[in-house]
Design a protein around this ligand. Structure first.
Ligand code: DC
Length: 210
């Protein structure tokens, strides 16, 4: 089974996807990491984030062994990832890797922006996670502070809104719910509540109730 979890930055979809994968014993891929890895490679090489040739080359040379690099988690790399991810050649270079991952038995949970719409349009379960931007900014601020980074909530909110705008309005694979996705509003749910709601959706689909 393939479970697609999409949604905007800091919606809580990452934790939810990880927990769902653990619950079902499925593989988990945080697809944001691959765009972050591309952005990080460009930053490190001193290249412009809009350099399409360099970005596409970085996407083709992706090394999954680097995916747990803690530097990828920073806010700066996340914003840079949003910029490089709008380059069509970057997205094209990353499709096959994601589809192969999704096909791993016994199942996979992929979280991102376009999993249900572009990468795995036939996923059995699609969940689109949303949450109030102010609440997302608050959560991101707490996470950044916990990592020891300086974080200003109003700045993070502005960045989240800019990122939503960019991710939703890019020409290729924009952030939007698939027609057959279930909406999960995570604004007022804690982690356990979000996980429970997602499991309920998966179970309902499995039982043919949805
Ligand atoms: O989920 P994240 O914050 O790690 O994602 C960083 C950026 O990567 C996000 O702003 C847009 C891009 N992204 C994407 O375009 N498609 C995905 N499937 C995942 C992330």
């Amino acid at each position: 089974m393939i479970i697609a979890i999409d949604g905007p930055a800091a919606s809580g979809k990452g934790t939810l996807a990880k927990r769902l994968a653990a619950h079902y014993g499925y593989h988990h891929l945080d697809t944001g990491v691959i765009y972050r890895a591309v952005a990080y490679a460009l930053i490190n090489a001193g290249k412009d984030l809009r350099d399409e040739v360099a970005a596409a080359a970085a996407a083709r040379n992706l090394d999954p062994r680097t995916f747990d690099n803690p530097a990828f988690k920073s806010h700066e790399v996340g914003s840079a990832a949003s910029i490089v991810s709008a380059i069509p050649q970057v997205r094209a270079a990353l499709i096959e890797f994601q589809r192969q991952f999704a096909a791993k038995p016994p199942g996979a949970v992929l979280d991102g922006r376009d999993i249900g719409t572009v990468i795995c349009p036939d996923a059995e379960v699609k969940i689109f996670v949303v949450a109030d931007p102010k609440i997302r900014a608050h959560r991101r601020t707490l996470e950044a502070l916990a990592r020891g980074e300086a974080a200003e909530e109003t700045v993070i909110l502005a960045d989240i809104l800019a990122r939503d705008e960019r991710d939703q309005n890019r020409a290729v694979a924009p952030l939007k719910p698939a027609k057959d996705a279930y909406l999960l509003d995570n604004s007022h749910l804690d982690i356990e509540g979000g996980v429970r709601a997602a499991i309920d959706i998966v179970e309902a689909v499995r039982a043919g109730r949805r």
